[in-house]
Ligand binder design. Structure first.
Ligand SMILES: Nc1nc2c(ncn2[C@@H]2O[C@H](COP(=O)(O)OP(=O)(O)O)[C@@H](O)[C@H]2O)c(=O)[nH]1
Ligand SMILES: [Mg+2]
Length: 287
């Protein structure tokens, strides 16, 4: 798939993150809970390898909670703490802050052991991820929780701003922007189906057809899909995904002159509803 993510953007993002990562002790990597593989940056393991790390599976409200649990287990087995988060829930934001504090203690202990610190250092946190996973939302929510302590440090003007998250932990107020992986396993399509890539740069009908096929492959999601679009199993048995898209268009009144279906409009309806969780809580990557 040809997606307009310009190489220039990628190089800039890579340089930006490499210059900021030097300041950082703890990296909070935000993923989309519906696509924990495809929403990971291809080289984040390399970028963050010396750091304490937390994975936030954000938009967990839109994902299949059973699958999210399996992903959390998977990441924990690989030594990375992972949290399921709906960033609109204050308690989920608190879970992130608590986990950051725990990691801060580990960094503190490590540093103390190695250089015998006698003062209390500040540990610095970066929220990083590909576009649209919810980085800014999470930073804003954390900042609001800690509103009393969001500071404009006197004498510091053009430098990055830090938000005091705990007594000795500062969060960088601008997220680390990572670039998406578009290389394998329909990653581009999955990013489009979850709204992480703007749909106007894509073949919308093609993406909608792939989305329909993915839902039909999973019994649980197939049921949700049939219910949502008031389709019967027998209706679709012999149809391909494009025909099914036409049926959806017909049911939703997406018609053009001559009684033909406006499949573009039907695609947009389907994609918008899928992205917004209106078909159900659906994970597009199951482990
Ligand atoms: N359903 C849902 N939407 C979210 C969540 N977190 C963020 N969003 C939405 O995802 C979109 C992108 O969020 P934003 O913070 O701008 O992402 P960023 O590009 O990573 O900074 C916005 O429309 C948010 O409202 C969440 O936990 N659940
Ligand atoms: Mg943002």
């Amino acid at each position: 798939m040809n997606i307009n993510y310009y190489p220039g953007h990628m190089v800039k993002a890579q340089n930006d993150i490499k210059s900021v990562i030097k300041l950082i002790d703890i990296v909070v990597e935000v993923l989309d809970a519906r696509i924990p593989m495809s929403s990971r940056n291809p080289i984040v393991d390399d970028i963050a390898k010396e750091k304490q790390r937390i994975i936030v599976l954000n938009k967990a409200d839109l994902a299949d909670s059973e699958e999210t649990k399996k992903w959390i287990k998977h990441f924990e087995e690989n030594g990375i703490t992972a949290l399921a988060v709906d960033s609109s829930i204050p308690n989920d934001i608190k879970k992130i802050i608590d986990e950051i504090s725990k990691k801060g203690e580990i960094v503190y202990k490590d540093k103390k052991d190695s250089i015998n610190l006698e003062y209390n250092p500040i540990y610095r946190v970066l929220i990083a991820g590909i576009p649209n996973v919810g980085k800014s939302t999470i930073i804003n929510k954390i900042a609001k929780r800690n509103a009393a302590e969001v500071s404009n440090r006197p004498g510091v003007t053009v430098r990055k701003q830090w938000i005091r998250v705990a007594s000795n932990i500062d969060l960088l107020d601008t997220p680390g922007l990572l670039w998406p992986r578009l290389d394998e396993n329909n990653a581009g399509e999955k990013l489009a189906l979850t709204g992480n890539i703007k749909q106007d740069v894509l073949d919308i009908e093609g993406v909608a057809c792939i989305g329909i096929e993915m839902l039909l492959e999973n019994d649980k999601y197939k049921k949700m899909f049939l219910e949502k679009y008031k389709l019967n199993q027998e209706d679709i048995d012999t149809l391909d995904s494009y025909d099914i898209l036409e049926m959806i268009g017909r049911k939703r009144g997406c018609l053009v002159s001559g009684g033909n279906v406006d499949t573009m409009k039907a695609s947009k309806i389907f994609l918008d509803e899928l992205k917004a969780g209106k078909i159900g809580k659906i994970s597009l990557e199951c482990i």
